[in-house]
Design a binder for this molecule. Structure first.
Ligand code: PEP
Ligand code: MG
Length: 898
């Protein structure tokens, strides 16, 4: 293995399979070079060098790679025909980060490196363009100052120190645009920038190109541990030891005049997945100008340009004159680019996101990568690629990221409500979705209200965290490839960008459209699919599983043998889950049914009753209600198994804690307030989660188990009379010993028998148990002598295996994760190393007694992709999760098997 990999001129040391070592960008640059696509020559310093740097520091790292880097620069000089640091014919370079996965805008880039007071003269005479040379120089000092020398704004309200100098000069010269600066102005700016650097850092700006290069390399390595990158990594669960590669590449210029330009393009629509080549470009601009969103970019294709003009309300004549597409303006270059995009998509068999630059009429491709896309686009592209025959069914399933399906399960605007909506402006449909929230103007205030719309002139990588928190993102500037748009699509967050009609005033915290003023805290809604910005709140409806989404789900089921059930407590949830493909219910928590107003009273009377008779009377009131609940649920799941769990939570959760309610209860029950209070005190426990709950309730109050069993069996019989098949599975919670289970099982069977005799009819049902206490897992071979099925309650199992209270862990888990003591929250992602052993062992021991024992999981982990994979590997029969996670679990189950 080498430390430095060269590429350019149709050759390369590396290739696309080396992403872990070269980063995504480096590996693809090498591959493109091998494919004969024109990439500016360069080289990649590996991610392993970055990791080494983090261990041994700067000096040792530089010493280690110095010779290789010098040789690689020589190679670039040879290919490009210019010399690094040369006064006559200088080679300038860019230095960019590149991790193994793309982290847009998360890490740093320095362009135009190699300039100093002498080299700038060479650049001017070589290109015959003095203005361009000095403009490049001032950009270089600005970027290098920011990225390498830490010349950042000092606070949120401050502007960038270099911008401040430029603004002052514009003011003095009474001009508005950067392009109005004269050559002398640019020279003055360079001088002032360097002075500002000296004043703030105490050092001269480095003039030696090699010093500049090493400074930039080290800064890129450091950016891997910068706040933005760390936040992004944590958000996606990427480990810190991946490191970033550094890509050093010859500069090509999009800002050399009207025959130059730069752009970004996608081989398919990243928002919808539609198979249309699209993208944006700017004439006479450098790469960052397109993404920064400061100028309105033009469309690459004519079709895109016409669509854009419609949205932006630009007349055709105006469009052709002022915003022509690349296809119309530079047909030959467009033709060449179109060829490369097809070639690259065919080669990578996936949608590509490419960057290009035209320097004086010559096209260069600077980067290609698998494009970020929304959940909807992800599914559509996978299915389309399958239908085109470029990937097979298994690959199509693997292309879909389970957690991203979540986006397709969120509510969409109700078409009826949209008809009445007051559309105040329109921007670009940058990332689909429906978002309603209160306006905030600063990323660090995105959590000021429960639902917020982050409203900005444009966004920058610093805003990432706030963008993640906000429900939607709205920008006044920037196109479909602006930072806001790209990042929002990656997050699957609704975004409307480039709404030019908006006037945003950060200072007053106002948004003005057509003379109407909106303030921070006002409600607005965004339609990310049309670009509409709507006043106030708009009603939403549940989405459906249809089209390509349904196709990928069917495909997933074809490849997975593990079943997916749902946790549902109401007929409505059961119906939703069935719509998402649930193959039964793995957990109905019966207690939730008791919290409704008219029921909780009967429940409380039951709890406070002093005698068995009193308790039975109260339970009798509850019986018809429970029976009705079960009928609804069984009907929604007709023909599929439904696991109903007996009462589980500590009784104390049901008693009234407010004085008024206590008084009311005393009156209803004809007992004194003091008696009620005394009973409540009596029910209080030090550790309710380890207290009087689960099967302990049914053991101390068998009447409860009797009533619930009766409700279940009667409901099933009632459905049978109506010709509907119910398949109840009665589940005993929280057992630790076989004897506990047996005591409940006997009551259940006896009660069922009684009902069968009364009704002179029977149905089939199972009696099983949750495995959620470590002792139950350890003695599973004994418990399986009687239990007909197991369901792992990994919420309680995690709680008891770690000894972390489920209800209190929120206080310390974030600190554990921050300190690296835990990698993730074990209540979210199953701890395979520890708790997983109990699941494995419980399953094995259970099946050692009953080889075909049905085993499932119904803790929260049942819908988490990694945990689902673990369940598959542990040979569970099913996972059960909340309705909205059913598709995610179905896909994860298929991926685990592939
Ligand atoms: C569990 O403990 O994992 C479980 C599913 O039950 P509950 O969350 O209701 O305790
Ligand atoms: Mg539990």
């Amino acid at each position: 293995k080498m430390n430095v990999y060269k590429f350019g001129n149709k050759t390369a040391d590396g290739n696309t399979s080396m992403k872990n070592l070269l980063g995504g960008k480096g590996a693809n640059l090498a591959e493109m070079s091998l494919l004969g696509i024109p990439v500016p020559a360069g080289f990649t310093i590996t991610t392993e060098v970055c990791t080494k740097y983090n261990e041994v520091g700067q000096d040792a790292t530089v010493a280690m790679i110095k010779e290789d880097v010098e040789a690689a620069i020589k190679n670039v000089e040879f290919i490009m025909g210019s010399t690094f640091g040369d006064k006559e014919n200088p080679l300038l370079i860019s230095v960019r980060s590149g991790a193994r996965v793309s982290m847009p805008g998360m890490m740093d880039t320095v362009l135009n490196l190699g300039l100093n007071d002498e080299v700038v003269m060479g650049l001017a005479s070589r290109t015959g363009n003095e203005r361009f040379a000095w403009d490049s120089y001032r950009r270089f000092i600005q970027m290098y100052g920011d990225v390498v020398l830490g010349m950042k704004p000092e606070s949120k309200d401050d502007i960038d120190p270099f911008e401040e100098i430029m603004e002052a000069l514009k003011h003095k010269r009474d001009i508005e645009l950067d392009t109005e600066f004269t050559i002398q102005d640019l020279k003055d700016l360079v001088y002032d920038f360097k002075e500002a650097v000296k004043k703030r850092t105490g050092h001269d700006f480095p003039t030696n190109p090699w010093d500049q290069l090493w400074g930039a390399v080290v800064a890129v390595f450091d950016s891997w541990n910068g706040d933005r990158a760390v936040y992004y990594r944590n958000m996606h669960g990427y480990p810190a030891d991946w490191g970033t590669a550094v890509n050093v590449q010859a500069m090509v210029y999009g800002n050399m005049g009207d025959n130059s330009g730069t752009g970004v393009c996608f081989t398919r629509d990243a928002g919808t997945g539609e198979d249309v080549f699209n993208g944006e470009y700017l004439i006479n601009a450098q790469g960052e100008d397109v993404v920064a969103g400061t100028r309105t970019p033009q469309q690459i294709t004519k079709l895109g340009s016409i669509r854009w003009a419609e949205l932006a309300k630009v007349e055709e004549e105006d469009r052709v004159k002022n915003y022509p597409s690349l296809e119309e303006l530079m047909p030959a270059i467009y033709h060449e680019l179109n060829g490369y995009q097809q070639k690259l998509e065919d080669h990578y068999k996936d949608m590509q996101d490419m960057e290009f630059t035209m320097q004086d009429g010559k096209l260069w491709i600077l980067q290609t990568r698998n494009g970020k896309r929304t959940g909807a686009a992800m599914v559509k592209i996978a299915i389309d690629k399958l239908k085109e025959g470029s990937i097979d069914e298994k690959e199509a399933i693997l292309r879909v990221e389970p957690n991203k399906l979540d986006e397709l399960l969120h509510p969409v605007f109700d078409p009826k409500a949209l008809k009445k909506a007051n559309v105040i402006a329109q921007g670009l449909p940058a990332s689909p979705g429906a978002a309603t929230g209160q306006i905030v103007f600063f990323a660090d205030e995105a959590n000021k209200y429960k639902n917020t719309i982050l409203t900005r002139i444009e966004t920058s990588p610093e805003d990432l965290e706030g963008m993640n928190i906000a429900k939607g993102i709205l920008t006044a500037r920037g196109g479909m490839t602006s930072h806001a748009a790209v990042v929002a699509r990656g997050m699957g967050k609704c975004c409307v960008s480039g709404a030019g009609a908006l006037k945003i005033n950060y200072k007053n915290r106002t948004l003005t459209v057509d003379g109407h003023e909106y303030h921070e805290g006002d409600w607005i809604s965004l339609n990310g699919s049309t670009g509409n910005i709507i006043e106030g709140k708009v009603a939403t409806i549940e989405p459906e599983l249809s089209g390509e989404f349904a196709e990928i789900m069917e495909l997933a089921d074809k490849y997975s043998k593990m079943k997916v059930r749902t946790n549902a407590d109401t007929p409505k949830d059961a119906r939703v889950a069935r719509g998402f493909g649930a193959q039964g219910i793995g957990l109905t928590r019966t207690e939730h049914m008791f919290f409704e107003v008219d029921r909780i009273k009967a429940m409380r009377e039951m709890i406070l009753a002093e005698t068995v008779k009193g308790r039975k009377q109260a339970l009798e009131q509850l019986l018809p209600m429970q029976r009705e609940d079960f009928e609804g649920i069984f009907e929604a799941m007709a023909g599929l198994p439904v696991t109903v769990r007996l009462l589980d939570p500590p009784l104390h959760e049901f008693v009234p804690h407010q004085l008024a309610h206590q008084k009311e209860l005393a009156e209803d029950m004809h007992i004194s307030l003091d008696a009620v209070k005394a009973k409540i005190v009596e029910l209080e426990e030090f550790n309710p989660m380890l207290g009087h709950r689960g099967c302990r309730l049914g053991i101390t109050y068998p009447e409860i188990t009797e009533m619930q069993t009766r409700a279940i069996i009667e409901a099933a019989l009632n459905l049978k009379e109506r010709g509907i098949e119910a398949k109840p599975e009665i589940m005993v919670p929280l057992i630790g010993t076989l004897a506990e289970f047996v005591s409940q099982e006997e009551i259940i069977r006896a009660t069922a028998q009684k009902v069968f005799e009364e009704r002179n009819d029977t149905i089939e049902f199972l009696v099983g148990t949750m495995i959620e206490i470590p002792r139950a897992a350890l003695t599973a071979n004994l418990i399986a002598q009687r239990a007909e099925f197991f369901s792992f309650g990994t919420n309680d199992l995690t709680q008891m295996a770690f000894g972390y209270s489920r209800d209190d862990a929120g206080k310390f888990l974030p600190i554990y994760i921050e300190k690296g003591i835990l990698k993730v929250d074990p209540f979210e992602v199953l701890d395979q190393e520890g708790v997983g052993q109990l699941v494995q062992l419980g399953t094995e021991r259970g099946r050692s007694t009953k080889p075909d024992l049905k085993v499932g999981i119904c803790g929260e982990h049942g819908g988490e992709p990694n945990s689902v994979e673990f369940c598959y590997n542990t040979n569970l029969n099913y996972v059960s999760c909340s309705p909205f996670r059913v598709p995610i679990a179905r896909l994860s189950a298929a991926q685990a098997q592939i």
